[in-house]
Every structure is written in structure tokens, then in C-alpha cells.
Design a protein around this ligand. Sequence first.
Ligand code: ADP
Ligand code: MG
Length: 585
Amino acid sequence: MAIIGIDLGTTNSLACIYQDGKVERIPNELGEYKTSSAVSVLEDGTVLVGAAAKERLVSHPETTAASFKIWMGTEKFLTLGKRQFKPEELSALVLRQLLEDAHRYLGEPVTEAVISVPAYFNDDQRCATKLAAQLAGLTVKRLINEPSAAALYHRYRTQSGDGQRMIVDFGGGTFDVSIVDCFENIIEIISIAGDNRLGGDDIDRAIVSYFCKENRLVENQLEPSMRASLYRQAETAKIALSSAPAASISLQQGETQYSLVLSNDLLRELCQPVFQKVRTVIGRAIKDRERVGRISDVILVGGSSQLTVFGDFLEELFGRRPHLAAEPDEIVALGVGLCAGIKERAEDLQDLVMTDVCPFSLGVATYNHTGDRTPHMAILIPRSSMLPASHQERFYTLHDNQHGLRFEIYQGEGYFASENLKLGEVEVRVPPGPAGEQSAVVTFTYDIDGILHVSAKSSGGDYRDQLILNPNLHLTEEGRSKAMERIQQIQLAAQGSQRDQLLLERGLRLYTQLLGSKRDMVARIIGFWKNLMEQGDLIGREKYYTQIRDQLDWLETQAEADPLDEDFWLDEEDQDFGGYEEMED
Ligand code: ADP
Ligand code: MG
């Protein structure tokens, strides 16, 4: 039976299949390949998915939902009329629609799929995606990162040579940058950076808010349907600007007519905050590469990458015009279709191999000493590790006759465990004994789907193993920012003096920015300095202050060296432009 590939997008979804030696896009009932990821409940309780549902965003906003992918993995409920849905339930409805279309197109039911997720999706979000598939009656053969899928397809289509390439995916709700290293038949993702709250939707939002400001309207006081209409017009105008000098938006409220003429110059200005974030993410992707080297090409994918002002912005940033993929908003799905073909062991795809990296650091909370009240991260799998990744570490008891060792599992880049996302915990018993004598070995395995498996095994004769699978511990966005707020308060309370506190703060920030031996160096500095501060050791602080500050200053130059300033391009004549345009369909 066939395995299909699905790009379950924030804005649009699309399914592909590998058959007869090529990837095919599966059309929906309307004969279109892209299906809007929108769901609407009709009066009689039936559910609409796709373009029709998207229409109803304007006419029936209270029974329609879109962009729910951004809530995947959270506890949020979306209310559609009298019913409440979890985000994974709404995604399941989209998947069911795609499956029905595939069934009709292929003439047989489909029960297995490869599904793409944004590179930055965390463990909870990946689990929620798998759950959505389950709810739709689908077995997930593999989750694949969206930029990996795009890279895979690009490589396959263009047969381009070896070297590093940057994939910039600018969609409706997510922004992902990944750098891949192509070597012979292997595509290795050597760095991933992204922001799963950044996309074309933000540009629409900026246009709407500018419209309201110019027309002295208060957005929140507009009728829901009027607001929805504004958003739709903003999107249409934005798209039109890529082929026309200006586009207009208007709104009729009672007798009054409100309007705005949008030009590319104005759009450019409104996009600045979005582009600044784009710049940061691109810089991080360049800096996080496991291997330095020259990048031979930039490949733009995602609907929003078609924006003229976006191309202009990148051209200015890179000093050259990046390459727009031939099918920018379908290339991810095409890559997932290819991946499905690989899973099916299609003969002609046997040469294609792909590896992936872990997009964030994973570790357990650990204490420096018995008086330490603010546990920090002991990282078992650093971000950008190659997948599947597995690592073990031994931890010792801190107290005499401790009964057990409890490990809280976290994901994130903050120094303090509480700044990061808690994924779950595992506890093992240890035999009584003096502090530091008993121990446990913790093993982290991060699999090819980007899902974490944790086990712990204690020392002594009394063994106990535990395994955590998909810990269903969710922290909402609100809960997370609350937790961070709490931590910042603790830090303030612990401060000895502004000057010394600032040094610690800087160290903590640098820790989140650096990797490898430099990160280890920051960790040592933080541990040392935090200890002096906690002990109220004023003499020690005076003695070491200058030395520590100088070290942090140096590390700062390491962290702030703007990766975009570096000369990482291949010389023009050496480069391989992939040659999309040359390929015929
Ligand atoms: P996602 O991957 O988030 O589902 P897509 O890659 O399909 O999204 O991109 C959807 C986004 O692309 C929307 O914000 C839409 O407004 C925008 N978009 C689609 N076509 C164009 C275009 N021609 N020019 C500019 N933006 C576009
Ligand atoms: Mg996408």
C-alpha cells in the first residue's frame, strides 16, 4: 500500500506521492494542489476543510478556525460555535480531508504517511503532530523537518554538485533557515535555526494595524467579520504588490469609507520588524554550523518568499539575489513525497540518503552543591547534534543516605533549567550511602523523528530502569513566560550588587548564544561567579571581578561577531546555481 508525503502547513497543506519514478502532487476536489489549513463547522454540524472554510473566516468567524498549527502541543482549546477543539483535532480534520482526496485520486485508501514539521517544533509539538495523524487514522512512518524536505527535493531535481546551501523557508506562520551540506549522495543538515511565530501572517497583521492607525480605527473594536475582511484584503494587496506598483484596501463602516493605498516602499517599511527577526535567525543558522565552509547558494521556499520586498531585503543582506525555487510553496511537500518514496524503498531512490540534526539542546536539571537552589542545565545532547543522537552521563548523590535520584528533563538554551521547557522527569532509587558514592546513569536518545527517549539506571545492587516516552507534560505559552518571570525575580533577589549581578546576567546571556568549548567556558565562569555571589564572598568577588569581566568581554566578541560580516560565499565563478530554471517539468 502506498505511503504518501504530507506538508501539514500553517496556512496551506499539500500531499504528494512517489510513483512511476517521480513525485506527483495530489489534487483536491477543486483540482488544486494546495488545501487551506482552515476548518469550519456548518449549522448542521458537518465540517468544511480548505478553501471554503477559509472563505467562512470572513462570513462565519465564530465557527471557523485557521492557523491552528501554531497552537500544536499546547493546552489551548479553539471554540467553533458550540464545540471546542484541541489544535491536534483540527489538524486531524485537515489530514482526513487530504486522505480522502488521496483515496479518490489513487483509487485506494491511504493509511501511512510521512509528515513534515517545522525544524523548530519541540517534543510536545512533534508528539501533537503524531497524535493528529493517529486521530485521522494514519500511521506516521516518519516526521521530517520541512527544510530537510526542501533540501532533499532541490538536490534531487537539480542534481546540483557538492557544497553547502542555505534553505530559507518563509511561510505563513513559520520561518526556518537551514544549512545543508551536500556530499556525494548524502544530504546532511548541518544547522537549523527558526522562529515558529514568524511568517506572512505577521506582515498581514502589520498592514492591518497600519490601516487602522491611518484611519483612526481601533482594531479590537471592529466587528469580527470586518476585521477578517481587512486581513484578507491585506493579504491580497501584499501578494498583488509583487506584480503591481500599488494595491489598495478599503473598508465600509456605515456611511464611512476607510481606505489605504499600499506601495512596495510602504510595505518594505512595515516589514522592517519582521525582516530584523529574519536577519537574526539567518545569522544564527550561519553561526551554528558544525562545519564552517562557503555557502554556494541560497534557496528560497515558502509562499512569503515570493514577496518582492523580501527578495530585495535578502539581496541587500547577502549582496546577491537569492534563488527562488521553481515551486516555492510546494517544494516542501514534493520533498516529503520523495521521502515517502525512500521509505517505500523505491529502487531508483536508493542512492538518496539524508541525515538531520537536533534543533535544540536537551539535558537534565543539576545542582552544583547542596546549598544550590537554582538548578542549571547539564546538557546531554547539544543543539545541532546529528540524529539519531544518544548520550549517557553519570550523576552522583549530593546528600548522605539519599533515597533516590530524580532527573527533570529540559529542552532549551537557557543556563538555568527553569528557563527552559520541561519535558518530563524520571526517578530511580539508590541504596543508602555517603554523599557522592551512589549514582545513576542517564541515557538520552533523540530519534530520527525528533522525539526524545530517556532512561535512567542506578548504581548498587538495587537497579531500577525507567523509560519516558512522549511525556505529556505541556507548558502553555503563558505558563512559560510566567516561569521565566519568576526566575528573573529570584535572580534580582539574589543580587549582591548591580555590578556583580550584571556580570552574572551577561554570562547567562552568553551561555544561550555560544556553543561548544566557548559555552563550556561560560558555564565554568557562571558556576564560579554564582558560587562567589551566593557565598557573599565580597573579597573573592573583588579579586576576580576584572578577570571575569575581561573573559566575558572576549566571549562577547565571539558571540557578537556578525556572521553576515564574514566572507562565506564561494567565488562567483566557483558556484553552482542549482539550475532550477533550466529544468523542464
Ligand atoms: P505555510 O508553510 O505556513 O503553510 P505557505 O508556504 O503556503 O505557508 O505560505 C503561505 C504564506 O505565503 C501566506 O502568508 C501567504 O499570504 C503568502 N503568500 C502566498 N503567495 C504569495 C505571493 N505570491 N507573494 C507573497 N506572499 C505570498
Ligand atoms: Mg510551509
